[in-house]
Design a binder for this molecule. Structure first.
Ligand code: SAH
Length: 257
């Protein structure tokens, strides 16, 4: 796989485990002359960047923004106009809460060709880790990917009654600090207080943690159990605790038997 000079590839880095990177993403990383990456891109993925390729952190973690989005857009544009073969690595899938559209627009305004390589999103990784199906026949006919994280100085406008659907699974991104509000609003909108919830922190990484709780206890669980890693909230009947155990643990037991 080659990248034409002056081209930008927006590449999904997956949830952290380098084995969850697509083969295409790995080829693109090797074909780049410069790689810009987010804070959520896993260490193991960064290790795949050959040492002679420039790597630039444009890390953004909530509360610790090292570069604003405008500066990131400019960096990509400047690199491409300078003839670099640019890979922009983003955690998970670049099209899901990844500010991808802004980067594409900035490049296209300058006539820079931009391409996208999809990645495994956190919700898929979290569901796989806990051995649960995000959709479930007769129980979860809908999967909503939502964030309760607003732009600075912007009020949240979320239709909570639409989200409080007992036949849906809700995957809440960037929901750790808003777990309290999410639980309150969903219960107020009619979702049962005992709706199963699973929190997965650092999904796919050795440091992964899983917590099974219920909607009314979610604020407490989020506050007391979670560490400082990225965490996803999965809410809905499909997350019921019954037979819930790590997919990897099941596998290991079967192998031993
Ligand atoms: N584009 C990314 C999401 C970026 S928003 C994707 O498709 O996954 C950042 C949020 O994603 C985090 O706040 C967290 O809610 C979630 N997230 C990203 N990686 C995660 C991981 N390894 N484990 C759990 N949640 C993760």
């Amino acid at each position: 796989m080659t990248i034409a000079p002056g081209t930008v590839w927006l590449v999904g880095a997956g949830p952290g485990d380098p084995d969850l990177l697509t083969r295409k993403a790995e080829k693109l990383i090797r074909a780049a002359s410069v790689v810009f990456y987010d804070a959520l891109v896993g260490e193991g993925v960064l290790d795949l960047i050959p040492p002679h390729i420039a790597r630039i952190s444009v890390g953004k973690r909530s509360g610790r923004h090292s570069k604003d989005q405008g500066s990131i857009n400019n960096l990509l544009v400047e690199a491409a106009l300078g003839g670099e073969r640019v890979v922009r690595l983003k955690g998970g899938d670049p099209s899901i809460f990844g500010r991808m559209a802004e980067e594409i627009d900035s490049c296209r305004e300058q006539g820079i060709p931009v391409y996208i390589c999809p990645g495994i999103t956190a919700a898929s990784a979290a569901a796989a880790s806990i051995g649960k199906s995000l959709t479930l026949r007769g129980m979860a006919r809908k999967l909503s990917l939502v964030t309760a994280h607003a732009k600075a100085n912007e009020a949240l406008s979320i239709d909570w009654s639409a989200l409080a659907d007992p036949e849906a699974t809700l995957a809440v991104y960037m929901g750790k600090s808003s777990a309290d509000m999410v639980a309150r609003k969903l219960i107020a909108a009619g979702l049962a207080a005992d709706t199963p919830v699973c929190l997965v922190e650092n999904a796919s990484l050795p440091s992964e943690q899983q917590f099974f709780t219920r909607l009314d206890l979610l604020p407490l669980t989020a506050k007391t159990a979670l560490g400082s890693g990225p965490a996803l909230l999965l809410i809905g009947q499909a997350m019921a605790h019954r037979d819930a155990q790590p997919a990897q643990a099941k596998l290991a037991r079967k192998t031993r038997a």
